[in-house]
Design a protein around this ligand. Sequence first.
Ligand code: A3D
Length: 320
Amino acid sequence: MARSKIALIGAGQIGGTLAHLAGLKELGDIVLFDIQEGIPDGKALDIAESSPVDGFDARLVGTQSYEAIEGADVVIVTAGVPRKPGMSRDDLLEINLKVMEQVGAGLKKYAPDAFVICITNPLDAMVWALQKFSGLPGNKIVGMAGVLDSARFRYFLAEEFNVSVEDVTAFVLGGHGDSMVPLVRYSTVAGIPLPDLVKMGWTTQERLDKIVQRTRDGGAEIVSLLKTGSAFYAPAASAIAMAESYLKDKKRVLPCAAQLSGEYGLDQMYVGVPTVIGAGGVERVVDISLDRSERADFEKSVATVQGLIEACRKIQPALN
Ligand code: A3D
């Protein structure tokens, strides 16, 4: 069986880490694309030179030409600019929208059958625009955010309870941003929901509320420490988990920014919801029931995403 082909559009901090992880996990051959000369080629060669040490077989190439992504099975998009301290994800909208237009044209021409994972911020609006620009079916193009947001939540909870991260499951809904909705009721330690753990005295409601807030601010916490850019190790690991679920038809239940067609009472928009990812792309959107306060938080988050989508439409009338 031929190796899968993974194209990475953007060879910056996340792109380089994605290439390294995809190599280490032997997910397939890797093409690193960037508009910067030398960077994708240098990173591809450097990672390829690590393959004899780590014992993985993958062909890695760097390119500045979309032609090289032809026939890709998976495309992961990080092209654009990241945040600097003091910037919100939304400040990136205008510049990254132009980048999505170029990437969308490249996908349409060279990789119309790929499963596409967008990471570029502001995430929910960028993946929405990328789907429009590329014309790819909605089930084949998703945004990575929920896996990262729930990984942050899981990590903070595992620290709080002094248990393995593997036994903590966490649930995060809504847009990727300050309005994301970590769902305490659906988050567990080995199946025990967090509200029960509060009753059992494992933590207090106050400490739990602080963890929820830290999860919401997780991206900003890293930006303020790094000062020169935003998180890249955990975002890359999260997108690789999604790519692996598609390539191996694992049908993992992962929260992603997915195109909605009636689920959660929403249509023709992208927002973070639990999905099943398998060989068919997004094979199912899991439409869970929300209580009144969860629904109110979710609606607030949806309104923020809708505002960003409107802003995209104003900047680029072709999106209407
Ligand atoms: P960075 O290291 O700057 O890499 C971005 C790369 O994109 C650079 O190498 C650029 O040269 C390249 N680029 C710019 N314009 C184009 C273009 N038109 N075509 C192809 N390549 C281009 O950033 P990064 O890797 O740290 O972050 C990439 C994106 O991911 C940013 O928009 C971040 O905000 C976003 N991000 C999202 C999350 C989510 O959870 C959704 C987390 C972290 C970062």
